[in-house]
Design a protein around this ligand. Structure first.
Ligand code: DC
Length: 234
């Protein structure tokens, strides 16, 4: 007879969306580690396919060339929040996907519907296989990829705070860097929000958390409390 462990918390699927620089990755990793959940960085998958396109001489501004090649790379994502891993055709992609070249090309590649269909399918299968549940971060997770997620969070922050956080990560902190970072983030948000297929969007039933005046620990506490509430109600 099958035994059911009634003391184990029910698996929980959490979607965390929002623009760049709102603390999505740091929050998602910390929340997943705290609660023993898996973690999936969907932006890393779009970056990985972009890196493959650039490495293989595909013109990323040519949507039909990108669409034709989209099925070729094999992208594998790890789900351990302590050691997020991503490979493309077996090669470690964690470093190269953070290059400026990839960051500058990823919005164009991720706007191609064939790319989104493939990556969305991959994300759904990873989420389905996470035994304890998973925190999935991105732009369209609550609205499109996992519309039945147990909890949807939409993180926001003011443009100034987001640029300051991103500049800090990039270790360039002078005023010119800050202005350039703010402009680059605004351009990427505009592209990600205006594309036709599954744009950056807050799902209707998402809880919006403005992180402008909160530190990481405070955001993590808020999200953990929301998840525990959902789990208790399951
Ligand atoms: O989170 P990030 O900055 O690493 O994401 C890189 C890009 O990938 C982002 O500019 C848009 C795209 N993206 C997307 O279209 N859908 C997602 N779910 C996640 C990222």
């Amino acid at each position: 007879m099958e035994t059911v462990d009634r003391t184990a918390p029910a698996a929980v699927i959490v979607a965390i969306d929002g623009p760049a620089g709102t603390g999505k990755s740091s929050t998602s990793k910390a929340v997943a580690a705290r609660l023993g959940l898996g973690y999936l960085d969907t932006g890393a998958q779009y970056r990985a396919i972009t890196w493959w396109m650039l490495s293989n001489g595909i013109d990323v501004r040519d949507a039909s060339a990108v669409a034709d090649a989209a099925g070729k790379p094999v992208i594998v994502s790890g789900t351990d929040p302590a050691a997020p891993a991503i490979t493309v055709d077996g090669a470690d992609a964690a470093g190269p996907i953070r290059s400026q070249e990839v960051t500058g090309a990823v919005s164009a590649v991720s706007a191609v519907p064939e790319v989104r269909t493939l990556i969305t399918d991959l994300q759904r299968s990873i989420a389905k296989e996470a035994p304890a549940g998973i925190v999935v971060e991105g732009r369209d997770i609550g609205s499109t990829v996992l519309p039945d997620a147990d909890l949807k969070i939409f993180l926001t922050a003011s443009p100034e705070v987001r640029a300051a956080r991103r500049s800090g990560e990039l270790k360039g902190k002078d005023a010119a860097d800050l202005a350039a970072t703010q402009a680059a983030l605004a351009a990427r948000d505009a592209a990600d929000s205006s594309r036709k297929t599954s744009p950056l969007a807050k799902a209707e039933d998402a809880v919006e958390v403005d992180t402008s005046l909160l530190n990481l620990d405070q955001v993590v506490e808020a999200v953990v409390a929301l998840i525990e509430e959902k789990r208790a109600a399951k």
